[in-house]
Design a protein around this ligand. Structure first.
Ligand code: NAD
Length: 490
């Protein structure tokens, strides 16, 4: 008698009871004005836009839209604070304020995490355990540097730059703001920051924290709006430095706009990272690293391991393990503590991801998606795997910024290095192998700013982060992150 195949139905009968994080403790205003010169100021145009919860499409708050006049007001406030207060303070005094901000962030961590998940759609597990603690740690870390700058750059005169214009994306809203503001303040600069239009809330909460910390008026100014507001910051003639994190397309516009001016620039742009599994790798850990690298945070990660290269001899095994693990992923309510994959940040981004899934199929790649259900309301996308893809396919070349993974195989080290480097980007990569020598060989040949070995997506304030090629230039984090906010020429 033929043996009956046993079919495993994941998430059937094993459903976890809902465990949503409470929202009763969060304090959100119905309407947010601009934070300029230490005060909440109405936008000169009187215009406001909605920020919504991508998990249920409900409006969370109305946000002021800053125009040229408002940006000018913010730059003037930042310049005044720089000239009269901040540049005159000792590093030790600046450090005290930055420590205070970090401490208040820690105290309000739970509220910040819930707001981050509500506004951005990321699973609470991520915002609670990664985004918010790391953001506070960045303030702690740079507070420590504020009075030690001359030791970071011995025999060089360290001078602050002045007013920094900073523009951030929506994928790590609070963390990117921390990466920008903490080193700028530690080095003695004042800032005008614009958060992404779809996720402004935690930056505005940080403005409240700056007030609670007693930070002198005008040292941090937060102006909200979309690309046009960002362009007003970039083109303002009294800004000394532009720090931008976002897409390569906008990065190129910014670089052209500042060419020939005195402004210093750092650009942290897109990526198309290669995650490489060798046959001698610990395969279960590697598969977990791949899942973490592309599916958590909905693939909204600049350094997401969106291209997976598997050595041919273990390809079948890795595929089986990967599909099994994908079946157990929970897609749904970002506030639920069991959720692995929350909501896609916006309808626009969901449409972009859907467009690439269609392109992948049309290009002839084979697709796999788990059977999990996704909520009817809100912007959700199943984790998606493409295999039998070609190096020339658009899904292997272009940044999708969603939970979409393209798998290829390789036989030799030189083959995988040439395939992994065959991209306009150069932000990050991952290597999974048992051999230390192989890791060192790979890290020296992979053209990526960050290479993780036997792990993925690990961040630390003391560790520099940044790319090359079309992933941008300049480093954030660590001691390297200080030089982006200092004049070391003299
Ligand atoms: P985006 O470029 O569309 O927007 C980023 C920010 O720039 C937003 O605040 C936006 O309002 C603003 N902006 C848009 N047009 C502008 C203009 N002409 N002038 C000035 N500002 C302008 O990017 P996004 O969709 O918000 O974020 C996703 C991108 O960010 C991805 O490409 C991702 O890889 C990248 N990213 C990179 C890093 C890194 O460290 N390298 C980190 C996070 C995200």
């Amino acid at each position: 008698m033929a043996k009956k195949e046993v079919k495993i139905e994941y998430n059937k009968g094993w459903d976890l009871a809902p465990a949503p994080e409470s929202t009763s403790h969060i304090k959100l205003k119905k309407k947010y004005d601009l934070f300029i010169g230490g005060k909440w100021v109405k936008p000169s145009s009187g215009k406001y836009f909605d920020t919504i919860n991508p998990a249920n499409e409900e409006v969370l708050a109305k946000i002021a839209e800053a125009d040229a006049k408002d940006v000018d007001k913010a730059v003037k406030a930042a310049r005044k604070a720089y000239d009269t207060v901040w540049s005159k303070l000792s590093g030790k005094e600046r450090g005290k304020y930055i420590y205070r901000i970090a401490r208040i962030m820690q105290e309000q961590a739970r509220e910040l995490a819930v707001i981050e998940s509500l506004d951005g759609g990321k699973a609470i597990r991520e915002s609670r355990d990664i985004d918010v603690p790391l953001a506070a740690n960045h303030f702690f870390y740079y507070a420590g540097w504020a009075d030690k700058l001359e030791f970071a750059f011995p025999n060089r005169e360290v001078k602050s730059l002045g007013v920094a214009g900073q523009i951030t994306p929506w994928n790590f809203p609070l963390l990117m703001v921390a990466w920008k503001i903490a080193p700028a303040l530690a080095c003695g600069n004042t800032v005008v920051l614009k958060p992404a239009e779809t996720t402004p809330l935690t930056a505005l909460k940080l403005a409240e924290i700056c007030q609670q910390a007693g930070l002198p008026d005008g040292v941090v100014n937060i102006v909200t709006g979309a690309g046009a507001t960002g362009a007003e910051i970039v083109n303002h003639n009294d800004i000394d430095k532009i720090a931008f994190t976002g897409s390569t397309g906008v990065g190129k516009i910014i670089q052209k706009a500042v060419a020939g001016t005195n402004k210093k620039v750092t650009l942290e742009l897109g990526g198309k990272a290669a995650n490489i599994i060798f046959e001698d790798a610990p395969l279960d850990q590697a598969v977990e690293g791949v899942i973490n690298g592309i599916f958590f945070n909905q693939g909204h990660v600049c350094c997401a391991g969106s291209r997976l290269f598997v050595q041919e001899s273990v390809y079948e095994k890795v595929m089986r393990k990967l599909k099994d693990r994908m079946e157990s992923l929970i897609v749904g309510d970002p506030l639920d503590k069991n959720t692995d994959i929350g909501a896609i940040n916006s309808k626009e981004q969901l449409n972009t991801i859907k467009k690439y899934i269609k392109i992948g199929k049309e290009e002839g790649a084979e697709m796999y998606q788990p059977k999990c259900a996704i909520p009817k309301k809100g912007y959700f996308c199943k984790p998606t795997l493409f295999y039998n893809v070609a190096q020339s396919n658009r899904i292997t070349q272009e940044e999708i910024f969603g939970p979409v993974l393209a798998i290829q195989t390789f036989r030799t080290v030189s083959e995988v290095i040439s395939k992994a480097n065959n991209t306009p980007y150069g932000l990050s990569a991952g290597v999974w192998t048992d051999k230390g020598s192989k890791i060192f060989n790979m890290t020296s040949q992979l053209r990526a700013g960050i290479v993780w070995a036997n792990t993925y997506n690990k961040f630390d304030p003391a560790s520099p982060f940044g790319g090359y090629k079309e992933s941008g230039f300049g480093r954030e984090g660590g001691m390297h992150g200080l030089s982006a906010y200092l004049n070391l020429d003299s």
